[in-house]
Ligand binder design. Structure first.
Ligand code: KPL
Length: 346
């Protein structure tokens, strides 16, 4: 079933949209922006637009993407309904002509910026888009792996609030102009710099907005334990499925069980050295539960490798290895996996 378009004009086919396509006028001054055009970003944008909340998509980098039309037609499928949408793409060059933005004195329009880009693209995205944010903007990181927060914080003004959102929503690009909400999930949101922690203590957060974009949202004071738990899951499933080029479910086979347990035991040691306590059998149960629940999926690292794209190994296993080295802990199972993937790099 097809619902009416969220915005006035929807091209009848992708071929109809050209660089002359214009978004509805009220889209020009949105307060909310989403960096990149990955599946999670498009999911968040689609849900916001369907809820009547205007949002701008910020294209990756000018150098990498040819000049794009300012409107992106997208058929968003959720709960077995197709929603034809027209998403607004922000035109940085047009905006820069009208305002002298620079990173030291942001005077931009965006009060909220969701950054659901790969861990290795965070700094580039922030360097590119922070100048278009307000001095007290809420910036929300959302990616697999760890180790980006410090460098991201260094790019922000002390008044800009940095948050981390860890989501289990599944979204799949099924074509250049099609997105499917493939798995209903939830999102944990927590502050990761002082400005955000202070805002939270005054009951201020981007909760409402994120609730629409990637809800249901659970707001937490300390997101670190949840990020470490997600790291444990990713540090087992992602490298193993990338190395063996298999679906997540293949890891339930008996031949992987000893290796999975060793990876988790080593993870628990590193986590403990970083003040994060996990109970080994509980964590094994959690990882096996995710393997079962996502059995038919290919992990993001498997997909990146299969497509010859960079992956997040440095922010998952690489992060663990760096933390282990800092605490002089040997983690041979993770090291072997890391080396095997490095040797097999596309
Ligand atoms: O987060 C994931 C990923 O693929 O990056 C998991 C949980 C492993 C699901 O595939």
């Amino acid at each position: 079933m097809t619902t009416p378009a969220a915005f006035s004009t929807v091209p009848s086919s992708p071929a109809d949209q050209s660089t002359s396509a214009r978004p509805p006028a009220h889209q020009a001054g949105t307060l909310t922006a989403i960096a990149g055009q990955g599946a999670v970003g498009l999911l968040a944008a689609s849900r916001l637009v369907l809820a009547g909340q205007p949002v701008s998509l910020l294209p990756r980098t000018e150098a990498q993407s040819p000049r794009q039309a300012v409107a992106l037609p997208l058929t968003f499928s959720a709960a077995q309904q197709d929603h034809p949408l027209l998403l607004h793409r922000f035109d940085a060059s047009a905006e820069a002509n009208g305002q002298q933005s620079n990173a030291q004195q942001p005077n931009g329009q965006f009060q909220r910026l969701l950054v659901p880009v790969k861990a290795y693209d965070i700094e580039l995205a922030l360097q590119q888009w922070l100048p278009f944010c307000t001095v007290d903007a809420d910036i929300v990181l959302c990616h697999n792996g760890m180790g980006t927060v410090e460098r991201a914080s260094a790019l922000l003004l002390s008044t800009q609030k940095l948050w981390f959102a860890s989501t289990t929503h599944g979204a799949l690009k099924t074509g250049p102009y099609r997105l499917r909400h493939s798995g209903m999930g939830s999102t944990n949101l927590g502050p990761v710099n002082d400005a955000a922690s202070h805002a939270l203590s005054r009951q201020q957060s981007p909760y409402d907005w994120l609730q629409t974009a990637l809800g249901p949202v659970q707001l937490v004071k300390d997101i670190q334990p949840l990020l470490w738990q997600k790291l444990a899951i990713n540090a087992v499933i992602n490298p193993l499925t990338a190395l063996h080029q298999c679906k997540n479910g293949a890891l339930a086979a008996p031949e992987f069980q000893a290796q999975i347990r060793q990876l988790i035991a080593e993870f628990c040691q590193v986590a403990a050295a970083c003040d994060q306590q996990f109970v080994m059998p509980d964590l094994v149960g959690k990882v096996l539960q995710v393997i079962e629940a996502t059995a038919e999926n290919y992990s993001s690292m498997q997909q990146d490798r299969a497509a010859g794209r960079p992956d997040e190994l440095e922010y998952i296993t690489g992060f663990l290895l760096r933390e282990a080295a800092r605490h002089r802990l040997p983690i041979p199972a993770h090291l072997a996996l890391y080396q095997a993937l490095k040797a097999d790099a596309p």
